[in-house]
Write a protein that binds this ligand. Sequence first.
Ligand code: NI
Length: 135
Amino acid sequence: MVYVTRRETFSSAHRLYNPAFSDEENDRIFGKCNNPNGHGHNYILEVVVAGDVNPETGYVIDLKVLKKIIKEHVIKKIDHKHLNLDVEFMKDLIPTAENIAISIWKVLVDKIPYGKLYSVKVYETENNYAEYKGE
Ligand code: NI
């Protein structure tokens, strides 16, 4: 089994808050991430596909193919968007790195033509990321 990774970047705005909480609770839990008009991040996305190497091509999956799938189904829909307002697949979720990773996993899992989706990693900052492996 070999693991291949495609890295992409996107820039999005978000606001972390839970409408079920009071303003005080939202402030306490989310701090400055609860800024009412949102704030932005330059995210890094890493998508890992696992599989056997096809002896005829030497690939698990052609990374150009993986790049195209990620661009079409994820990047086009979230880059330069507000995650709370503009992105159908993030609807009604608190757009933390955790929930972004889970949402992207769900978008991609049945669209990988070779190998199997192994993990989706979303870096919100250089030091903070969330990784989802489907369970
Ligand atoms: Ni943030």
